[in-house]
Write a protein of this length. Structure first.
Length: 86
C-alpha cells in the first residue's frame, strides 16, 4: 500500500496477513531500515507496533506515533491511502 503523508515522498507499507499473524513493514521517518510491526489490540481499525513506533490504520486513514513523545502526543505522520483505480 502507498500512503500520502504530506511529504514529498509517499510512504510504502507492506502488509503480511496470514492468520493468526498480522504484520506491517514500513520505514519510519529519519530511519534508514524498515521495521516489522506486529499487530496489537485496537479499539478500532488495525494497530501495529515495533519498538517505540505505533502504526494505526482506520479505513483509508493511517497515523504513525512515536511512543517516546508521550501517550497523548500528536502523530508524527498522518496519512491517507493512495487509491490507484484505472
Amino acid at each position: 500500500m502507498i500512503y500520502e503523508c504530506g511529504s514529498e515522498t509517499p510512504l510504502a507499507v507492506t502488509y503480511l496477513n496470514a492468520a493468526p499473524n498480522f504484520m506491517a513493514v514500513l520505514t519510519p521517518p529519519d530511519q534508514t531500515e524498515a521495521l516489522v510491526f506486529a499487530s496489537v489490540l485496537s479499539g478500532s481499525g488495525a494497530r501495529y507496533a515495533a519498538g517505540q513506533w505505533v502504526w494505526w490504520t482506520d479505513g483509508l486513514e493511517a497515523s504513525l506515533f512515536d511512543q517516546t513523545l508521550g501517550e497523548d502526543a500528536e502523530p508524527v505522520l498522518t496519512c491517507s491511502e493512495v487509491i490507484n483505480t484505472p
